[in-house]
Design a binder for this molecule. Structure first.
Ligand SMILES: Nc1ncnc2c1ncn2[C@@H]1O[C@H](COP(=O)(O)OP(=O)(O)OP(=O)(O)O)[C@@H](O)[C@H]1O
Ligand SMILES: [Mg+2]
Length: 222
């Protein structure tokens, strides 16, 4: 049996002042799954995502990537996780305003020592996949919210990560645009086999995913 792409065991994260953001999270995400994560504000969703993505460390428990425990004290382990395994999508898009759509998509590859032509072609291919082939030389300020998020999705895919972590990717978008983004995510999952773990406040968007996990007070409840 192949191990899950991500598994957490008794994952805990406490902050100062007695805040326990995660209180023993056990989670398995299999390769190729599309999982949505719901739960009230403050239930620990973002904390869980940042720890799985190696942007923060747990105070207890283990994260296993394809069966291998992640060593949060090993900087190289975390760097290779972020470079090779995970693509992030955020609520605020986080595009660089002075770069065009294409340059934003290329940006993560600047650190991978790839020839500029290869980077450019790949960025254009991804922009066309998200339906923005005509917008490659536009700046973020010239794009709608939904278009900016599609640029951010293309950027998350540029290094071919097998796993995408998205924290409320449609939190700033109207419901029609949100559906468009979720059906795009569903297409990535089905056509490219990308594994997705996506936080959302809108439960109905869970219908685009294979299953929905709910968090409450730092635990997974369903
Ligand atoms: N840096 C921090 N220092 C102290 N407490 C924190 C910190 N970050 C998060 N918390 C607390 O940890 C808990 C979980 O926060 P988290 O951001 O993971 O929730 P969330 O489920 O993502 O909420 P939302 O839906 O509002 O985004 C909250 O009680 C929050 O106040
Ligand atoms: Mg959050």
């Amino acid at each position: 049996m192949t191990p899950p792409i991500v598994e957490t065991r008794n994952l805990c994260r406490s902050y100062g002042g007695g805040v326990e953001a995660l209180r023993g999270v056990d989670l398995r995400v299999e390769t190729g799954e599309f999982v949505t994560l719901v739960g009230r504000s403050g239930s620990g969703k973002s904390t869980l995502l940042t720890i799985i993505g190696g942007l923060d460390a747990p105070t207890g428990g283990t994260v296993l990537i394809r069966g291998t425990p992640l060593d949060y004290r090993d900087r190289r382990d975390l760097i290779s996780l972020r470079r090779e395994l995970v693509g992030f999508i955020f609520q605020q898009f986080n595009l660089i305003p002075t770069l065009t759509a294409r340059e934003n998509v290329e940006y993560p590859l600047l650190f991978n020592y790839r020839p500029p032509i290869e980077r450019r072609e790949k960025a254009l291919e991804l922009l066309s996949m998200v339906g923005l082939e005509g917008r490659a030389s536009h700046y973020p300020g010239q794009l709608s919210g939904g278009e900016q998020q599609r640029v951010a999705i293309a950027r998350a895919l540029i290094a071919d990560p097998p796993l995408i972590l998205a924290d409320e990717p449609t939190g700033n978008l109207d419901s029609t645009t949100s559906e468009g983004i979720f059906s795009l995510l569903q297409r990535l999952n089905r056509e490219r086999g990308v594994t997705l773990l996506v936080v959302t406040h809108e439960r109905e968007l869970g219908s685009y995913s294979d299953r929905t996990i709910e968090m409450r007070d730092g635990r997974v409840v369903a």
